[in-house]
Design a protein around this ligand. Structure first.
Ligand code: 5GP
Length: 143
């Protein structure tokens, strides 16, 4: 089992540095949250710590307090924003688990009774839909 180093040019590192645009819904000194461009459901949000690690396996444990504080905030907000029945929180570690972007992140996805998730990294959502959904979540976070 080879250890793989953190790649500073991964897509979320670029988003965190502002080199690639994203629909941000939340930011504090430790954590950023933005819309997933290939959502598995409306309102699918990614919560990302600013400090670099590939995933949960190599992260400094001090990362998790601030990270999961924001995961909870976002979960409550997406539930309210989309009037969801529930919220799925997911996190993948290394390719065998389904991880495709190697900067630690947590998926927060509103869920509705009887409606399955769309495939992981399936279709790209229209930017205007992501912008509208981001606006709904920002409003819920502010209320
Ligand atoms: P993972 O498979 O690593 O758990 O999740 C990576 C997530 O990032 C996927 O759900 C995928 O749709 C999303 N994603 C991939 N590229 C981009 C991008 O450029 N911007 C945003 N906002 N999300 C991305």
């Amino acid at each position: 089992m080879a250890e793989t180093a953190y790649d500073t040019d991964n897509i979320f590192a670029k988003i965190l540095r502002g080199e690639i645009p994203s629909h941000r819904i939340y930011e504090d000194e430790a954590v950023v949250a933005f819309m997933d461009v290939m959502p598995q459901g409306p309102g699918h949000t990614l919560v990302v710590p600013k400090v670099p690690s590939r995933n949960l396996l190599d992260a400094d444990p001090v990362t998790f307090g601030p990270l999961f504080t924001v995961v909870q905030k976002v979960a409550v907000a997406v539930r309210r924003a989309f009037n969801a029945d529930g919220v799925t929180v997911m996190q993948f570690n290394e390719p065998a688990s389904g991880q495709t972007v190697y900067h630690l992140h947590v998926h927060v996805i509103p869920r509705f009774d009887g409606i399955a998730l769309k495939p992981h990294t399936g279709a790209m959502e229209k930017p205007e839909v992501l912008a509208e959904n981001a606006g709904r979540i920002r409003a819920a976070l502010a209320s």
